[in-house]
Design a protein around this ligand. Structure first.
Ligand SMILES: [Zn+2]
Length: 277
């Protein structure tokens, strides 16, 4: 049995503000440790539960955050950027039985610590076939296309609520409770590691790959905080204006859908000016 861990940082233990997750900052250096502790606890829990293989995919920013040298030696890790499926790279090869979202967070424009969807600013909302979409929901749709269920989600309490919508059977661990976008009631790394390890062990039984459902096509809509970003995003083939600050596109599969999403957010981030965004 093989488990894939998609590891994002905003939902890690103790993380509450941008400096905590900004590569190169002193706070980021500090929070690499609790982030690594969360991921390692999940690795250990999955091996406790009977997994044979655990592959970690770094999913935050530069995708160079976790401390490889601190990880359980049975795990392997994909480090670095430019991967076909981005945050869930590795799920597409037909050998993964379950995926865990560690350090996840809620979507742009919703309640939650460091809530956003891909871009820290600029995107104020994302919808997939009409449903409000977080990174968790989008990545769960990608994994589902390969028959892989989401078995474990960690983040703040709002992230756990969000996960009930896209992975109702998954185990969830709230490592902190939302107070504001930049504040939370945080539990210590020792406490959250114990909680995550236990939940991962219990979640291992849920890791059963199944026949992928036919769920496409997928219409993805994005809302921006400035009108000019519609013009910028619309250079991506298939992406059309759907409102004053909105674009939409339709993809037959989430394989296509998530790659187009990546293209749109990359183009949009390049179109943001320092002043007047
Ligand atoms: Zn994220």
């Amino acid at each position: 049995m093989k488990i894939l861990i998609s590891a994002d940082m905003e939902g890690a233990t103790g993380v509450t503000w941008p400096g905590d997750v900004l590569p190169g900052s002193p706070q980021w250096e500090r929070f690499r440790h609790p982030f690594t502790s969360d991921v390692n606890a999940a690795v250990q829990g999955f091996f406790d539960g009977g997994a044979d293989e655990v592959l970690i995919n770094e999913a935050h920013s530069s995708m160079r955050n976790l401390l490889l040298e601190k990880l359980d030696q049975r795990a392997q890790m994909i480090t670095g950027r430019h991967k076909t499926l981005s945050m869930v790279e590795g799920v597409q090869h037909g050998d993964v039985d379950g995926v865990a979202f560690i350090g996840y967070h809620t979507g742009a424009g919703t309640e939650g610590v460091l809530a956003h969807t891909y871009l820290p600013n600029s995107v104020t909302g994302v919808w997939a076939n009409g449903a409000r979409a977080s990174e968790g929901l989008l990545n769960a749709l990608v994994a589902a296309e390969y028959g892989v269920p989401v078995v474990l989600v960690t983040g703040d309490d709002k992230t756990c609520e969000d996960a009930k919508g896209y992975a109702p059977d998954a185990r969830c661990v709230a490592v902190k409770d939302y107070v504001s976008r930049y504040a939370a009631v945080c539990r210590t790394p020792a406490r959250t590691a114990a909680d995550i390890r236990r939940a991962a062990r219990e979640a291992t039984v849920l890791a059963v790959r199944h026949e992928p459902p036919q769920r496409g096509p997928f219409t993805i809509e994005l809302e921006f905080d400035a009108e000019h970003l519609v013009g910028a995003a619309s250079v991506v083939p298939g992406v059309e204006r759907s409102g004053e600050r909105r674009v939409a596109y339709t993809s037959p599969t989430m394989y296509e859908g998530i790659r187009c999403f990546k293209a749109v957010t990359t183009v949009v981030s390049a179109a943001v000016e320092e002043q007047y965004g």
